[in-house]
Design a binder for this molecule. Structure first.
Ligand code: GLU
Length: 316
């Protein structure tokens, strides 16, 4: 691929202050693109308007700038890059998939979906058993008449979708067995992340996706949706997760590691150095800028295993 054509993205969900885990993935996404002179898009993944807000998005963007992570397109000034304003594009894609006969209404409540006969995947996710796929048109009409609002699912094929992740290597899933029919649109009308992310990556010309490893199991679904919608899937690079000392994924609850707390006590160069050390790009956590790291960035050196985000003794 011509380096000039590389296009990556940041895709934050502005539901709270960024923590070091978000900053870690953002730094690697930035290095992946800037080390080869590519373009970066910033898209705001605010589909869930009950948890996200423009104020929180502005804070996330300010934190990225503080870290020295810039972008070429998108952000808050242009509504075209905010998922909450892109419903018409998701609707068009939904209609295209429905026209292929793959979409059906699902009237199951959450409790029914979690019911015992749904097998559990290794990572604990529940595979929907497809029961609403078997409803007749009369049964569907009956349930709708009772006032039940359906979610909309896509029927997955008994097909293995594989990828070569540029950080983690080969990964494959049988869509029917490992993923099951998944939701494209929730019963409250909100389009699902899986659909929105594919529509947006296609529309924005994204061909490199760098993100946390928690999304690796979503990737075969996304590759399949890209194909159904007539696009070329991007190259995926999943990065390890930062874990709290109890072994759980860093989350908003770990206040000590959010950027508000960290930036009040450390410089951006110190934080970038710490992240780069955790990533395997430095042998010790010394202050450095993202731009300095871009000079010799290589995926070969990036950690593959999740990382316990233990702060160096002089940081505490
Ligand atoms: N919006 C997601 C997040 O903040 C990232 C989705 C993606 O990279 O595909 O975790």
């Amino acid at each position: 691929m011509d380096n000039q054509m590389i296009c990556g993205r940041f895709a934050p969900t502005p539901s709270g202050r960024m923590h070091l885990g978000n900053a870690f993935a953002a730094l690697l996404a930035w290095l992946d693109v800037r080390s080869v002179g590519g373009r970066l898009v910033l898209r705001i993944e605010d589909l869930d308007t009950t948890r996200c807000s423009a104020e929180k998005a502005a804070q996330v963007l300010a934190d990225m700038r503080w870290l020295g992570l810039d972008w070429d397109e998108g952000g808050l000034l242009n509504g075209d890059y905010m998922q909450s304003r892109r419903t018409e594009y998701y609707q068009q894609a939904f209609d295209k998939l429905a026209a292929q006969g793959l979409v059906y209404p699902c009237f199951c409540s959450r409790a029914e979906r979690m019911a015992a006969n749904a097998p559990h995947r290794e990572d604990g996710a529940v595979v929907y058993d497809g029961r609403c796929r078997k409803l007749s048109a009369e049964e569907q009409a009956g349930l709708a008449a009772e006032g039940r609002k359906p979610a909309w699912r896509i029927q997955t094929p008994d097909e293995v979708i594989s990828l070569t992740d540029c950080n983690l290597g080969y990964f494959a899933q049988n869509l029917a067995a490992d993923c099951g029919d998944f939701i494209l649109r929730r019963s409250d009308g909100v389009f699902a992340y899986q659909l929105a992310v594919v529509v947006d990556d296609m529309a924005m010309g994204v061909n490199r996706v760098v993100r946390g490893k928690d999304l690796l199991t979503s990737t075969p679904q996304q590759i399949w949706l890209h194909r159904l919608l007539g696009g070329d899937p991007p190259q995926y690079c999943h990065v390890p997760l930062l874990l709290a000392e109890d072994g759980k994924r860093l989350a908003k609850r770990d206040k000590a590691l959010d950027l508000g707390e960290i930036s009040s006590r450390h410089t951006a160069a110190e934080v970038v150095g710490l992240l780069a050390w955790w990533a395997g790009l430095l042998t010790e956590p010394v202050p450095i800028t993202a731009a300095e790291l871009a000079a010799d960035f290589e995926w070969r050196r990036v950690a593959k295993q999740d990382i316990v985000a233990k702060l160096p003794a002089n940081w505490l």
